[in-house]
Design a protein around this ligand. Structure first.
Ligand code: GTR
Length: 344
């Protein structure tokens, strides 16, 4: 079980007067509203930021979470989901949740690495046998649960994980069949040092940027490729401008639902339980929708004429990525041992 953490000021990267004021106001309202929980408890109205569009599996998971929270709290706690990066790109949403001006966001663990270095684990390539293996780790007290706790010092409460699928490379010009084919290519990455190191180990040039900039950067030739799971590659239309998809499935970068920690701490135990239960159910629901979405999107990608390259032998990829595993081996030794222990 997760343990409550002492109140420490959140780490901030950038603070504006406006956002600071909004955060303070939000906290005052929350504190005044909390009369101890239960069905007759305080009323809350929260926002949840999401970069993906409506109907994307994580957005569906967010919506399920909001519905369940409303149901379990008899309508006292309402959560409005803002899909499609309406509240900002992922890095902005994270900062705003840290400050409390947005209460919740669903984000990838990659950009959270800057706030909680443990999240860098999910940037390590080829460490999972499959999705079930990753989920055994995510649910383990000494694995994923501990990593969620690690968000607390940076001002977040890790509510739950969601399924991230597996990420693979896609490129504009030629199809990538071996790690050598990536040499010298500019590849967009999420903001995570571990992932940057991985791309460098492959001899490519990592280019971190927001998700929302990837399409135009592929189109203009600023980058030669990127990497993501099939639902992102398809729903963000990246396939239109990068028609070669190489299924090396290098990473499973866990998806996260995070909340401002001070707001979480101010809630009654009953309300915290409502949120935990709703999140667990919503995450399970999201996971069940994932595989079907991948199948549907892969079929659509084929229809769109995307060149799909299957990788039968991952050994050359693992060998090329070895330096990054070596570099982070000590830092993540306990987690890597746990991952090994959970293989079947
Ligand atoms: C997606 C993930 C997003 C975002 C995006 C990216 O798979 O769900 O939260 O991180 O990748 O590459 O920026």
């Amino acid at each position: 079980m997760r343990t409550p953490f002492p109140m420490t000021p959140p780490k901030t990267r950038r603070r504006t007067g406006f956002v600071g004021l909004a955060a303070a106001l939000s906290l005052v309202l929350t504190a005044c509203g909390d009369d101890g929980g239960g069905s007759g408890g305080a009323e809350y109205s929260w926002r949840l930021a999401e970069v993906h569009p409506e109907n994307y599996p994580t957005t569906v998971g967010d919506q399920k979470f909001a519905e369940l929270v409303a149901e379990k709290s008899d309508g006292r706690i309402t959560i409005d989901v803002y899909p499609g990066a309406q509240l900002g790109e992922e890095s902005d949403a994270i900062e705003q949740v840290q400050l409390g001006s947005i209460e919740l966001t669903r984000v990838s663990s990659a950009p959270m690495t800057e706030f909680a270095s443990g999240m860098g684990l999910f940037g390590l390539p080829y460490i999972w046998d499959d999705a079930d293996h990753m989920w055994r780790f995510l649910k383990d007290e000494d694995g994923g649960e501990k990593l969620l706790d690690g968000l607390s010092d940076a001002g977040f409460h890790g509510v739950t994980y969601m399924d991230p699928g597996a990420r693979s490379f896609y490129t504009t010009d030629k199809a990538v069949r071996s790690p050598d084919d990536l040499k010298g290519l500019k590849i967009r990455v999420q903001e995570s040092q571990v992932i940057i190191d991985f791309i460098e180990a492959l001899g490519a040039s990592p280019t971190p940027m927001d998700y929302g900039e990837v399409y135009s950067s592929l189109q203009s030739g600023l980058i030669d490729g990127a990497e993501n799971n099939a639902p992102s590659y398809y729903s963000a239309s990246h396939f239109e401008v990068a028609k070669n998809f190489t299924l090396d499935e290098h990473m499973r970068v866990a998806e996260l639902l995070v909340m401002n920690r001070d707001i979480w701490d101010s809630l009654s135990a009953d309300d915290q339980a409502i949120i935990e239960d709703a999140a667990t159910e919503a995450a399970e629901f999201q996971r069940t929708t994932w595989d079907a979405q991948v199948d549907k999107d892969m079929a659509a990608l084929k229809k769109e004429g995307v060149t799909i390259t299957e990788i039968d032998d991952l050994e050359p990829w693992r060998a090329a990525a070895r330096p990054v595993i070596d570099k982070y081996g000590d830092e993540f030794a306990d987690y890597l041992a746990k991952i090994d222990e959970l293989r079947e």
